[in-house]
Design a binder for this molecule. Structure first.
Ligand code: SF4
Ligand code: MSK
Length: 676
């Protein structure tokens, strides 16, 4: 063991039990391996530091230096008047609502700032300031241009001619960038929502003015001594969350699709076992695909492959963690090596020659783990640096993007020969089909002839598909890795609920083999299995990264437009879920789903439990305003059944509950019905 490794040896008193820590065998093997090597991981740290229960309840305020004021819920709950107060008099409901709002602000800021970076690269590409990026998906550009009132045709001598693509791109880019800080008007994409939903937002005064403003206003309102009405605070959460889902995130998705290509289904693999002992392994991690796209291009170049071979490797194996992984998976088939909780374990293989990180969900402890091995840890973003001296910073610039990517790859290739004897790559990996989007779901389930979501709706109306669920989000070291996601989703598909997934939940589904059409025959109820087998899709559709939850919003909108399932998203037999959530982004996503009309269930613990009145507002009263509401169910099977009960409630309201009963009848029952 190297000297550095001895220094970094775990100080943890207790070790995680690998089998209790994860359902994934590769993860279990690597936790054990880390423990044998004396390398501390998040799983061990979770054993040794318990969460603060007051913070977990949402009722610790540190918004001024008279605090922190801690207002735990008394054992047995509140009887009579709730007399808990901070020094300034802030109630538990105000404190929990302020904390919740700040989580929405953090999440919306992360997604939207990501979107802004993409919009800036988009502008560089449109203005031809860089050779590395081009407008790749012209059809998507032409499809979104009308939302920005950008003409795609021009009249010349009384004749309508196609407008120059670069001109359209520059105008779309300028108008898109304006969405972050315009002085007047409302968020343009709000009008992409079903009309009934847009009108609801308008009536309730929650249409976002611009993206940045709604986030800044949360920070102002939650400053000491400003907004003290939990309902008014939730109203501002709503504006900021809509600005995220229907703004920053949706713009990020659209502009990425135009720059890098709209995803279509493709085959790949997933899990740590995608790493190869005889290849240079480069793992990209984070969220923004602008650099990783260039790394993919550079890694496929003859120059880089030859260079890797000259150093004794058979080639370059790219892999990913978290949502950068999902971005390059859905467009290029690059396999994810793992999700959020597996990031340290990828380095523990001893075969990770470089880990390249951008923004969000990156453990600070990666640098300590990298110190124990030969791995070069490379930060690339000016807003996300690490202080440890073994971290290399190569600041990415779109104006010399491909050169930056090659420089990074060369560092990895040069590092190949420095691997120690401690290489252990688990064998486990699974096949997956990923790359679904609004367009491809339309193609697979609607057909090119109809070009709509008609067939999907038809299958819901006739009961083969009971309903749909968007199951998204993270892992959380307070829960068994991947267990909540997978147990819950298996219960949903067993009950004929089709699942749309993104983020680390999608990677969990991939590693458990749920993203193949063959899964349908094994795990699905008869109706969903029949549909999946007929059209050749998995019962769980991988829709991309965290910002691509906007694809789920648009898919729900398409279902409303296709007809037969009501006039608004809140009428659909559909729900949202994040069984293992952990990040502020998840709270922002959850809230924009709720205020878009979706019943949204979180696992683990929501920071609302210490403030029952505020929680009741989120869990019950929001439904009367937006048609969607929050819920929290810890047990994954009960979590699934809460979703199924909601779907059945919506089916009944639509008058399609009887159709499903007929589907579930056997042949004799059906014959009786037909002859009756
Ligand atoms: Fe305490 Fe009020 Fe200050 Fe919060 S704002 S820390 S509740 S005094
Ligand atoms: S990466 S936000 S752990 S899904 Fe998008 Fe995964 Fe959650 Fe990060």
């Amino acid at each position: 063991m190297a000297e550095e490794k001895k220094e970094a040896v775990t100080k943890a008193k207790k070790m995680a039990d690998p089998v209790k820590a994860s359902i994934d065998i590769a993860t279990q093997e690597m936790i054990k391996r880390a423990q044998e090597l004396g390398v501390e991981t998040v799983f061990d740290r979770a054993e040794n530091m318990k969460a603060c229960q007051i913070g977990a309840q949402g009722t610790c305020c540190k918004n001024c230096s008279m605090g922190p004021c801690r207002l735990p819920l008394p054992k047995g709950g509140i009887e009579g008047e709730d007399e808990r107060k901070g020094l300034c008099g802030a109630t538990a409901n105000t404190i929990a609502a302020r904390n919740f709002a700040r989580m929405v602000a953090g999440g919306a800021a992360a997604h939207s700032d990501h979107g802004r970076s993409v919009a800036e690269v988009f502008m560089s590409a449109a203005r031809k300031e860089t050779d590395a990026y081009k407008i790749k998906d012209i059809n998507k550009l032409l499809a979104i241009a009308p939302h920005f009132d950008v003409a795609t045709q021009v009249e010349v001598d009384g004749e309508q001619l196609d407008r120059d693509i670069d001109e359209i791109a520059v105008e779309v880019g300028e108008k898109a960038l304006n969405e972050w800080g315009k002085a007047e008007g409302e968020l343009i994409y709000a009008k992409r929502a079903p009309e009934a939903l847009y009108e609801k937002w308008k009536k309730n005064g929650v249409l976002p003015r611009n993206i940045d403003r709604e986030i800044v206003e949360i920070m102002h309102r939650t400053h000491m001594g400003v907004d003290q009405d939990y309902k008014n605070l939730v109203k501002q959460c709503t504006r900021a969350a809509i600005a995220d889902g229907w703004g920053g995130s949706m713009l990020a998705t659209d502009l990425q699709d135009i720059l890098f290509g709209t995803p279509y289904p493709l085959q790949s693999e997933a899990n740590i076992g995608i790493m190869k002992e005889d290849h240079v392994n480069v793992i990209v991690h984070g969220h923004e695909p602008v650099l990783s796209e260039m790394i993919v291009a550079a890694a496929q170049s003859k120059e880089m492959i030859d260079y890797a071979k000259s150093k004794g490797a058979h080639g370059i194996q790219l892999g990913g963690i978290c949502c950068t992984a999902n971005e390059i998976l859905q467009r290029h088939g690059v396999p994810p090596a793992g999700n959020f909780l597996q990031q340290e374990l990828v380095i523990v293989t001893g075969a990770c020659d470089a880990m390249v990180v951008d923004v969000q969900c990156i453990f600070q402890n990666l640098a300590n783990v990298a110190k124990c091995f030969h791995t070069k840890l490379i930060t690339t973003h000016p807003i996300a640096r690490m202080e440890q001296d073994n971290v290399i910073h190569i600041e990415f610039d779109e104006h010399h993007a491909i050169e930056d990517a090659k420089r990074i790859l060369k560092i990895a290739i040069d590092n190949f020969e420095n691997r120690g004897a401690d290489v252990m790559i688990p064998r486990h990996k699974a096949i997956q089909i990923a790359g679904f989007g609004v367009e491809s779901v339309e193609y697979h389930l609607g057909g090119t002839f109809r070009g709509s979501y008609y067939t999907l709706n038809d299958n819901i109306i006739n009961g083969r598909i009971r309903g749909g669920a968007g199951v998204v989000g993270c892992n959380n070291a307070r829960q068994r890795h991947n267990d909540g996601c997978i147990t819950m989703i298996k219960e949903l598909i067993k009950n004929d609920v089709i699942v749309l997934t993104t983020g680390c939940n999608a990677i969990a589904c991939a590693t458990e083999g749920l993203l193949t059409p063959e899964t349908a025959a094994v795990f699905c109820g008869p109706g969903l299995a029949e549909v999946c087998e007929t059209v050749g899709i998995p019962p769980v559709l991988h829709m991309g990264s965290c910002v691509d939850n906007s694809r789920i919003l648009l898919a729900l909108t398409e279902m409303v437009k296709a007809g037969g399932l009501g006039n608004d998203i809140s009428d659909l037999p559909a729900a949202g879920s994040a069984p293992e959530w952990m990040s502020e982004k998840a709270i922002s996503i959850g809230h924009y789903f709720v205020v878009s009309g979706v019943y949204t269930v979180f696992g683990g613990m929501l920071p609302t439990t210490g403030a029952p009145v505020f929680e009741k507002y989120l869990f019950e009263e929001l439904e009367n305003i937006y048609g969607g509401m929050w819920d929290m169910v810890v047990d994954p099977i009960e979590h699934a059944h809460a979703i199924i009960a909601h779907i059945d409630k919506k089916r009944k309201a639509l008058g399609i509950d009887k159709a499903r009963e007929r589907i579930l009848m056997d042949m004799a029952d059906r014959q009786k019905l037909e002859t009756a």
